[in-house]
Design a protein around this ligand. Structure first.
Ligand SMILES: [Zn+2]
Length: 167
């Protein structure tokens, strides 16, 4: 077992021992979804005050709504959420590379077959966090399937732990 697996098994034992919320409903009780970055410095439940069972938290590199779209449609159409918080953050890794850099890295590290697997991939990088929050919110609001859904955009500061509304 790797040390990561060991951490899971041992940490989970303590968690399960104290766990008392096994009767929560499947649909999120507060009927909203959060789209945020996979950045390891963000603890959405704590930082965004999300009790267990209250909201869907959809995470990916950069907190992209394009990447999260499939999950958002499921969240809304099958599980009844009616509001989306898009939360990007300061110091995001998506600010420091672009598609060409990522594709070159894959070719160098993994070879041509691997490079072909990602040649059509849009890594959805961006040069400015607040601009990208506005762009993501506008993109989502432009979808017919999102009509009637409230969408707002935010930036979380990884240095202070504070969120700021952008749009
Ligand atoms: Zn990020």
């Amino acid at each position: 077992m790797s040390s990561v697996e060991q951490n899971l098994v041992e940490g989970n034992e303590g968690y399960a021992y104290l766990f008392k919320q096994g009767d929560l409903a499947l649909p999120p009780s507060q009927k909203y979804a959060v789209v945020t970055c996979m950045d390891a410095r963000i603890d959405p439940a704590a930082a965004f005050h999300i009790p267990l069972g209250a909201a869907h938290v959809i995470r990916n590199a950069g907190g992209s709504v394009r990447d999260a779209f499939r999950s958002l449609v499921i969240s809304q159409q099958l599980l009844g959420t009616t509001e989306v918080l898009v939360v990007k953050h300061t110091g995001c890794g998506m600010l420091i590379f672009d598609d060409a850099v990522a594709k070159d890295l894959v070719r160098k590290n993994k070879g041509d077959a691997a490079a072909r697997e990602v040649e059509n991939l849009d890594f959805l990088t961006f040069p400015d966090v607040e601009d990208k929050v506005r762009d993501d919110v506008a993109w989502l609001k432009g979808k017919a399937v999102e009509q009637g859904i409230r969408v707002t955009g935010w930036v979380y500061d990884v240095k202070t732990g504070r969120v700021k509304k952008v749009v």
